[in-house]
Ligand binder design. Structure first.
Ligand SMILES: [Zn+2]
Length: 383
């Protein structure tokens, strides 16, 4: 292999690394290859652990878009917050969570350290990114200082499940990311199409000049459009904006993927269920909605490893508030909960089923061996 070939192989490997990322288990990714319908993807489908997993984004910038959406990692109640939620969608493990319980009067300081929200100097919850951590830190401050906390929590949940707002934000992103995507696409074509062709035709010693001349303005254009896009969708994260702009300026592969650095934070504070409803095809939404709602209504057992009874009550009350908010969202979208959660049919000989994982059993009664949930008879009401 010649030196030029080795160089392009190295570039391709580094580009593949740019296409991967790690996401927390409390999030779902939404990928689209052609920009129309999105597929929900659980982090760690191929490689991961209970705390999170590897995500592989689309390889070609011209064709794909990648969003992340995280459900609320904090259980809120009128008088206390707990760094624990029982959700474990699509897995048989829960991520490690602090499970700290703080009463309203005991919260003296809330701050952010990277992806972590710290309460009184202790790590309370971990989020998928810095903007998400700031979002939930603000929620805790508002919960502590605002009046009528239950109304506040219900309003937040409704806002996070606002499908129309998500659709508007998606349309805005399509419009505003066009310039950044244009420069990313041209850079990709220069590095992986025109570059190898020129080197093959003229050799590396002569071709590099023809590559550098367009490379400089394209990288500059990618950086400027990235900064504008980032400033609009992630206005509070100036440090992240400067850091990524600098890296993109000196590392063209990062500039190629500049849109991804913004898109993963576009739906900060929005619930994955509503994002799926706004962006996915109906069958993909129904599949994701069934898994999410089954998990919410019938959480993996045992639900609690929490010793403190007050913390258990907070977690259970917040789960009920989430169920109510999801029901309101389904009603707004005219989707019937029953048909969403029972879209499968009994197999021959099956007597019972697990309402969480949908495994079917010949037993007349018992517990699901995977989820620890009491089996239901066919025809028995869910919820
Ligand atoms: Zn099960």
């Amino acid at each position: 292999m010649t030196e030029a070939q080795q160089l392009f192989v190295l570039l391709a490997v580094l580009y593949l690394v740019e296409c991967t990322g790690w996401a927390h288990a409390h999030a779902y990714a939404f990928h689209s290859w052609l920009g129309e319908s999105f597929k929900p993807v659980r982090p760690g489908r191929w490689f991961g652990n209970p705390d999170g997993g590897l995500l592989v984004r689309h390889l070609l910038p011209p064709l794909g878009t990648h969003f992340l959406a995280q459900w609320c990692p904090i259980s809120f109640s009128r008088d206390a917050i707990v760094g624990y939620v029982p959700q474990a969608v699509g897995t048989v493990d829960r991520p490690n969570q602090s499970a700290q319980c703080w009463r309203r009067d005991d919260v003296e300081e809330v701050r952010v350290d990277g992806k972590y929200v710290l309460v009184n100097g202790e790590r309370f919850v971990r989020c998928v990114g810095d903007p998400e951590a700031r979002h939930y830190a603000d929620r805790i401050r508002q919960w502590q200082t605002g009046g009528q906390p239950l109304e506040l929590i219900a309003r937040w949940l409704d806002e996070s499940l606002d499908v129309d707002a998500i659709d508007s934000r998606w349309q805005e992103f399509v419009q505003r990311s066009a310039a950044s995507r244009f420069f990313g696409n041209l850079l990709f074509c220069l590095l992986f199409v025109a570059g190898p062709f020129l080197v093959w035709q003229q050799g590396l010693s002569r071709a590099w000049v023809f590559l550098i001349i367009p490379l400089v303005p394209l990288v500059l254009g990618a950086v400027i459009t990235f900064v504008r896009l980032h400033r609009f969708f992630v206005p509070d994260d100036r440090v992240d904006r400067i850091l990524h702009a600098f890296v993109a300026a000196v590392y063209p592969l990062e500039a190629c993927r500049a849109v991804d650095m913004v898109s993963r934070h576009v739906f900060t504070g929005y619930h994955p269920l509503a994002v799926a409803c706004a962006l996915c095809r109906e069958d993909d939404f129904r599949d994701f909605g069934r898994r999410f709602l089954s998990d919410l209504h019938f959480p993996l057992q045992p639900v609690f490893h929490l010793e403190e009874p007050a913390a258990r009550t907070v977690v259970e009350d917040f789960r009920e508030l989430q169920i109510d908010a999801c029901n309101r969202m389904l009603a707004r979208e005219e989707i019937e909960l029953g048909t969403l959660m029972t879209s499968w049919m009994p197999e021959e000989g099956s007597q019972t089923y697990c309402p969480r994982c949908q495994s079917q059993f010949v037993l007349e009664t018992g517990l699901c061996s995977v989820c620890g949930i009491e089996l239901l008879n066919w025809g028995e009401e869910l919820g």
